[in-house]
Ligand binder design. Structure first.
Ligand SMILES: C[S@@+](CC[C@H](N)C(=O)[O-])C[C@H]1O[C@@H](n2cnc3c(N)ncnc32)[C@H](O)[C@@H]1O
Length: 248
């Protein structure tokens, strides 16, 4: 699982505590469910992580499953969604064609250079009329309007983001998925601090902006370090969810 900047085998132990915990998971699940038609009977939450969102996707008549590529994440999720969690790569789901009413992927596509393969695989397992719900433009949602944003925005290369909405929408169309209404959810506890942003910058989280140019990274780190209130989180972001319906 070395295909993402973060090592989710190691992240599992502190993931819930650092990703907004229950308030963020509730907001995400509630928003996702708004986009899942009332008649849906089966839902697979791809890249389910620790299952904190997945376990909140249940509603009467809807059977929810989870899948994640990282052993450690899937193991935690299995405790929350027992008997219905598998370790699986989002590009190769162990399911027949046209077998699901809904596929969801919260906070996955921005991480993976093969986001379009994930969309194609979701289209394969969805039955006609089934829905795909995914987060898009995830990193663009961060720090909007804050002093951190004022420093980062000129360097953000959303044009290269793996989960940019127009790329995902075009790919979805190529695989028989038509656009449907989207929505937003609040990333409770996800407002960045300057200190944490510097840590992420140095850890390579934004490396694609600079093509690995360390000097540019350190210039930005110095500007962020000069900001006041180094440990005060800025406003919580609002994350965008898009949905798509499988053509008949
Ligand atoms: C940011 S977490 C999101 C977890 C969960 N959806 C949530 O909102 O809390 C990203 C997850 O994607 C998983 N992941 C990364 N690449 C994957 C892949 N190719 N197939 C399935 N899961 C993957 C990671 O293991 C991690 O659990």
């Amino acid at each position: 699982m070395a295909e993402t900047v973060l090592d989710y085998e190691a992240e599992a132990a502190h993931y819930d505590r650092t990703r907004g915990g229950v308030p963020r998971a509730e907001a995400a699940a509630e928003a996702v469910l708004r986009l899942v038609p009332p008649g849906a009977r089966t839902l697979l939450d791809v890249a389910c992580g620790t299952g904190l969102v997945t376990e909140r996707l249940g509603r009467p008549g809807l059977r929810v499953h989870g899948a994640d590529a990282a052993h450690a994440m899937a193991k935690v999720a299995a405790g929350r969604v027992p008997g219905r969690t598998v370790r699986a790569d989002a590009r190769r789901l162990p399911l027949p064609d046209a077998s699901l009413d809904a596929v969801t992927a919260v906070w996955l596509l921005h991480l993976v250079p093969f986001a379009t393969d994930v969309v194609a695989e979701a289209a394969r397992v969805l039955r006609p009329g089934g829905v795909l719900v995914v987060t898009v433009d995830k990193d663009a949602a961060h720090d909007v309007g804050s002093d951190i944003d004022a420093i980062l925005r000129p360097h953000r290369s959303q044009g290269r983001a793996f989960d940019r909405a127009e790329l995902i929408t075009a790919c979805a169309a190529d695989h028989g998925l038509d656009p449907a209404p989207g929505t937003f959810f609040t990333g409770h506890g996800q407002g960045a601090t300057p200190r944490d942003t510097v840590r992420k910058l140095r850890a390579g989280y934004y490396a694609s902006w600079f093509d690995g140019d360390r000097a540019a990274t350190e210039t930005l780190a110095a500007e962020l370090t000069a900001l006041p209130d180094q440990d005060r989180p800025r406003a919580d972001p609002r994350y965008r969810l898009e949905s798509f319906v499988r053509r008949g």
